[in-house]
Ligand binder design. Sequence first.
Ligand code: OKS
Ligand code: ZN
Length: 345
Amino acid sequence: MRIFNNPDQSGHNPRDEFYRGQRVPCFENPTRADHVLQALAAAGAAVEAPTHDSAAALAQVHAPRYLAFLQDAWRQWLALDAANANLQPFPSVWPVRTLRSDVEPGNFIARLGLYSMDNGTPLAAGTWAAAKGGADAAASAAHALLAGERAAFCATRPPGHHAGPDFMGGYCFLNNAAVAAQALRLGGAQRVAVLDVDYHHGNGTQAIFYDRADVLFVSLHGDPLTEYPFYLGHADETGAGEGAGFNLNLPLPAGTGAAAWLDALEVACQCVAAHRADALVVSLGLDTFGGDPIGGFGLQQGEFARLGARLRRLGLPTAFVLEGGYASAELGHNACHVLEGFEAA
Ligand code: OKS
Ligand code: ZN
């Protein structure tokens, strides 16, 4: 299995986020990737820098004006006031129903709201480079599969699955899984499946591929009635237009245990198998772990090994893309259990 890291990930290091009215240290921080790389090194894995540029795939999964904003956002923040270098920009206003999102405002904070789904996704000086490096890792994993590799893993950070065509959110800026899927399509794969096993619904990935039949999106996740991202991820979202029938959501109540989660995984895998895809992209969130501070499932390492083994049985070239998982000290071991389960099966 090829393993790609993101050499620029540590430049995305915002200090804190809002949690129940307080500012708390960011759950999604550079130590997450450090723990994953440490565990991979301990397991003897060779880790590579990205080999491919994600620009072509990025331009097809994200809107040009969103990419232009994100790339320039920190400079625009500093242009407001040089003292902003030590502060974090947060949106405070959003174009919800009846308001217009087709006109880009001249005010930076208004633009930030236009391109954000929440105020929980702070930017830092190195955010663009870090997000781009993660997307490059995802594109590199896709190219490894196109070159005949059985599987690849991307230690991507920041995560990506909440980032939609033209917005950031849920700690995500560029949709790494969507980049991998689109890079596979650009490289000649006819059909691709994306399976999202993060605790949170991958609303961004769903939105990007919702009207497409070539990329199936399947997700098992905490029920959005009570869990982030709240406004998408229900079972009745099955795709639109040509994409009708190519989106499957399997919401599970918070507190769902291993047995019911594995049953849902089986339904998800059978849907993936029926798609007859040429390749699989796995949004590998590990915030389903029992020790996770923000996830509500109780999975343990044995379930992660079984996840890897079940995915192996799909028999598809497989790109794993890291998403959430905030029990940082255990994150690397949990990722390794998935990969070892996959390799051993
Ligand atoms: C709000 C935090 C909301 C949780 C974001 C979930 C991130 C995640 N301040 N997505 O998969 O793990
Ligand atoms: Zn998550």
